[in-house]
Design a protein around this ligand. Structure first.
Ligand code: HMG
Length: 395
């Protein structure tokens, strides 16, 4: 895995002050501390290419070993030419491979990962590996309820038959999908439309269905999972999600034993304790970056593996949610070589390399449309459109 995030961020207490909101609403109510701010030079392609470059370097994979590149994104840069095609060119990957984007809101990256995993498991990969990248820029209007839940970033994953970090339980997953208007971005709009509180309910309903589907296939419950990573639109959502999983387990137990009595207060306390152990470590990076849509679940996974170095050999759960909506609960076993890979990922270094900006500077960046790349900063940057073609540079 590798992570690429914008070079600038704002503090959420600063944003709260500027919007006349109590800072605790953002820091405790939503669980957010900082938020990544992407300028126009840091688009979905440049973030994806940088994360992909870092992931290939960390895995020490010869690009000729790749047979598949998938980018999961809901922030495409063209109606026809996929982000993956730009990344393929920028990373100078081989011709003999499949290259495409996958889209379903924040689930798009998981769709790409599932395609890669099943391609390898089916034998069709014939020994080749895949590069899956989740890259997005989450943008709501200034001053809206969604504003403190923005963010931007990319997470790249090299998928092989011999995984170092996580061996996914192939075929053991539960999915849940319904046609809802909880969150969408009409063609041509820069910012998303969202029915905020309804979207939270849609997420929780989908989670209940997907979790029960996984549970039926796996034959175990959430308590047998060492940790669970959820899609993190804002950190408090993961807390609500874990309480939902706990509720599902409790309801299922009650269903199987209708005469038993349950101590609701004790169950609530147990759920809160379980959250601290099973979920909280996955939220450290998310609380400093914000929602990165397709990559949020995988940023949570990177954060978990970075923070908790004792998980090798243990099974963890993952929940991916994409508004609209579709969702999947799946699981995997943490690899024995996770330590090396997490050190190469250097999440602490990636976060520390950023610069904090003021709210006035953030508002100015949000209004900008022309890229002003910083050539002193290593990475890919969008430099503008010439002859109807998007141009990128690497410094
Ligand atoms: P809001 O309505 O302004 O906030 O926006 P609120 O009034 O619901 O307050 C939020 C929390 O802060 C509440 O906690 C308050 O009690 C608490 P909760 O009751 O929920 O536990 N609070 C305080 N806490 C401490 N001190 C205070 C204080 N004041 C209030 N002084 C909303 C919240 C989430 C609706 C908004 O941020 C939003 O619309 N966000 C965008 C939508 C979103 O993130 N939805 C999540 C589910 S959908 C999803 O995950 C998919 C997505 O990633 C897109 C995709 O799939 O592509 C979004």
């Amino acid at each position: 895995m590798a992570v690429a995030i914008p070079r600038r961020f704002i503090s959420l207490p600063d944003l709260a002050e500027a919007r006349g909101v109590a800072p605790a609403k953002y820091t405790q109510g939503l669980g957010a501390i900082e938020m990544a701010v992407a300028d126009p030079s840091e688009d979905t392609v440049s973030l994806a290419a940088e994360a992909g470059r870092r992931a290939l370097a960390a895995a020490q994979l010869d690009p000729d070993q790749l047979g598949l590149l998938v980018v999961g994104t809901e922030t495409g840069v063209d109606h026809s030419k996929p982000v993956a095609s730009f990344v393929h060119g920028l990373l100078e990957l081989p011709r003999a491979m499949r290259v495409y984007d996958t889209q379903h809101a924040c689930y798009g990256g998981t769709a790409g990962l599932a395609a890669a995993v099943e391609w390898i498991a089916s034998g069709a990969a014939a020994g080749r590996s895949a590069l899956v990248i989740c890259s997005d820029i989450a943008r709501y209007g200034l001053g809206t309820a969604g504003e403190p839940t923005q963010g931007a970033g990319a997470v790249a994953m090299v998928v092989t038959a011999d995984p170092a970090m996580l061996a996914i339980d192939v075929g053991i997953s539960g999915a849940s999908s319904t046609h809802v208007h909880d969150f969408w971005r009409p063609l041509g709009h820069r910012v998303a439309e969202v029915d905020g509180h309804y979207s939270v309910q849609c997420y929780l309903d989908a989670l209940a269905g997907a979790y029960r589907g996984w549970k039926d296939r796996a034959g175990v419950t959430s308590e047998q999972l060492a940790r669970i990573c959820y899609h993190v639109p804002f950190c408090k959502m993961a807390k609500k999600a874990h309480a939902q999983v706990w509720r599902c387990d409790l309801d299922d137990r009650q269903h199987g034993d209708p005469l038993a009595t349950w101590d609701a207060a004790a169950e609530e306390l147990a759920a809160a304790r379980a959250f601290d152990t099973q979920v909280a470590p996955s939220l450290l990076a998310c609380s400093r970056v914000g929602n990165i849509y397709t990559g949020s679940l995988y940023l949570a996974l990177a954060s978990l593996l970075d923070h908790d170095r004792t998980l090798a050999g243990q099974r963890i759960g993952l929940f991916s949610y994409g508004s609209g909506c579709t969702s999947e609960f799946f699981s995997g076993v943490v690899g024995r070589r996770v330590q090396d890979r997490i050190e190469a990922l250097d999440l602490g270094g990636v976060l520390a390399a950023r610069e904090q900006i003021t709210i006035a500077e953030y508002e100015q960046i949000m209004a900008e449309v022309s890229p002003q790349p910083d050539s002193a900063r290593p990475g890919f940057a969008f430099t503008g459109v010439r002859d109807h073609r998007r141009q990128y540079a690497r410094s």
